[in-house]
Ligand binder design. Structure first.
Ligand code: GFB
Length: 376
């Protein structure tokens, strides 16, 4: 009895402390980690702009051979506290265990989408149709009774008129929870939201594992971190370069309007010779580098790299077994980083390093021939 009362009282305290703003819930239903991270920054900006507490969704992951996505709690990878300094947030797990019990009863669960989505029901968001949509909401036993199409509103947090329209159309008193079928954010991350990366700080667990890896394997010298994105999905994606001058995260180097250069196939899928040349150039600049840490989704090229630098006192290594988050956290701590401009996985590292004032560059960018010509 006492325990029950204490839990109820705690819930009320949590709810009262959040109540005035309303809540924003969403499914990070597009792409893998890099895409979801880009979306997260946009959702964070949007929730602040419409003054609603952001419910931190779990990360959606896909395991080989499994039909349904797996939902990994947000705080497995990131600390909540720094985010709270920017804006009020709560994890999805805490939200469902406390606030939702009071302000979001099952009969009031409405899904929001820009316009109808194809699925089992006509004229609906079909918020649970397909993977990861169904498994995501099922993780929290959430079903929706209705859909709202919020178009033509959009989630550009930097358009104050638009944000006013949101708060006027969906005031928190009548709409305590806005649950979005997908992330209320653009991909790649809007330029104005890139700086929010500084609030995404790795969890103590990821930080300590990445630091131990560095200490145990790369002490006594600096290290160069490189990201080689070269799996079959990527090879296929890079074929779209000629028709997609801003493919995926390319704006991070070519600019959001291609104002900083042209996207080339080599930037997406650099050849072995180009990779080796660029590494050697970086090593000339950073003389105290003794290690090259390679992160990759497919081919780490360890043997090729070892052969190409065999006359230098360098150790080439990777993390085993493959662990994307540890790779990211390690790359974020490298003395120098070379990444793939088109990849949102690289983009995460680049933003984190920019926030810490650490130097980075991209494969085959800027175009050296053009650069040299312009310098003359
Ligand atoms: O993160 P992500 O959206 O980046 O998706 P891109 C790529 C996934 O591949 C990562 C794995 O989330 C990781 O699971 N991966 C990539 C890696 N690089 C590494 C690495 O260095 N180490 C490890 N351990 N894993 C785009 C997608 O990928 O690729 C698009 O976002 C689309 O949706 C396209 O699928 C083909 O932006 O690189």
């Amino acid at each position: 009895m006492i325990i029950k009362f204490t839990i109820l009282a705690l819930n009320l305290v949590t709810i009262l402390s959040y109540k005035t703003y309303g809540y924003l819930v969403y499914c990070p239903c597009m792409g893998r980690f890099g895409n979801q991270a880009d979306h997260f920054l946009g959702a964070l900006a949007f929730s602040k702009a419409i003054n609603r507490t952001l419910v931190l969704p779990p990360w959606v992951e896909y395991r080989y051979g499994e039909v349904k996505s797996i939902q990994v709690p947000f705080d497995t990878y990131f600390n909540i506290e720094p985010l709270n300094r920017y804006h009020q947030v709560i994890t999805m797990e805490d939200f469902m265990d406390t606030v939702a019990l009071v302000i979001w009863p099952p009969q009031e669960r409405i899904s929001f989408c820009y316009t109808q989505r194809v699925g089992e029901i006509d004229n609906s968001c079909n918020a649970k149709s397909g993977n990861p949509f169904g498994p995501f909401w099922d993780t929290f036993n959430i079903d929706f009774v209705k859909s709202i199409f919020y178009g033509p509103l959009n989630y550009d947090a930097h358009n104050s008129k638009m944000m006013e329209s949101w708060t006027k159309t969906y005031p928190p008193k009548q709409w305590p929870v806005l649950a979005f079928t997908g992330a209320p954010a653009s991909f790649p991350v809007q330029f104005e939201n890139v700086h929010l990366q500084k609030y995404l700080i790795w969890s103590d667990d990821i930080l300590s594992k990445s630091r131990s890896f560095i200490k145990n394997n790369m002490s006594g010298g600096g290290f160069l971190g490189i990201h080689l994105r070269n799996g079959p999905d990527w090879v296929k994606a890079c074929q779209h370069i000629p028709d997609s001058p801003k493919l995926f995260s390319a704006p991070q180097c070519v600019g959001y309007k291609n104002e900083k250069g042209k996207l080339t196939s080599s930037m997406c899928l650099p050849q072995k010779s180009e990779i080796i040349k660029q590494i050697k150039r970086a090593l000339k600049k950073f003389k105290d580098i003794k290690y090259v840490f390679v992160a990759s989704d497919s081919n780490h090229m360890i043997e090729d790299l070892k052969t190409s630098v065999k006359n230098m006192e360098l150790t080439i290594l990777k993390h085993q077994p493959s662990n994307p988050h540890l790779d990211l956290a390690i790359l974020g701590q490298a003395n120098y980083f070379i990444g793939n401009c088109v990849s949102s996985f690289t983009a995460f590292v680049k933003r984190e390093r920019d926030a810490k004032g650490l130097p980075s560059e991209f494969w085959s960018f800027p175009d050296r021939k053009k650069f040299k010509h312009e310098e003359l």
